[in-house]
Design a protein around this ligand. Structure first.
Ligand code: FES
Length: 123
């Protein structure tokens, strides 16, 4: 039911953990299933130089957060805001339709972390 890429990111998630001196952090939850995701970003000169996540959730939620961290690393904070859950799902060679809602967590967590960063910058 899952693509090879989804299984790879689920079994070997990239960028798992926390950043102690994070520039911004966001925690979001999925009201449908109760799963939770936390995303930390480190920003230097407006570029996301490091990103870590922790997900208490299903296979699709773990795989999409892992892929999303790979996709925003090295990008500017504004570019990161343009990342959609659809783009993350496509990068994973698709998700089963019933699992698309899980990929929203990754998009929302990145947005929350960037918003937190901007707030701390007074923007
Ligand atoms: Fe909860 Fe997938 S079932 S995020």
């Amino acid at each position: 039911m899952y693509s090879e890429k989804v299984m790879d990111h689920f079994e070997h998630p990239r960028n798992v953990g926390e950043i102690n001196d994070a520039s911004g952090s966001g925690t979001v939850g999925n009201a449908k299933c109760g799963d939770i995701m936390k995303m930390d970003i480190k920003v230097e000169d407006n570029i996301i130089t490091d990103v870590k996540f922790k997900t208490f959730g299903c296979c699709a939620a773990v795989a999409t957060s892992s892929m999303a961290t790979e996709m925003v690393k090295g990008k500017s904070v504004d570019e990161a805001l343009e990342l959609t859950n659809k783009a993350v799902a496509e990068a994973l060679d698709g998700l089963p339709p019933v699992k698309m809602h899980c990929s929203l967590l990754a998009e929302q967590a990145i947005h929350a972390a960037v918003d937190d960063y901007k707030k701390k910058q007074g923007k």
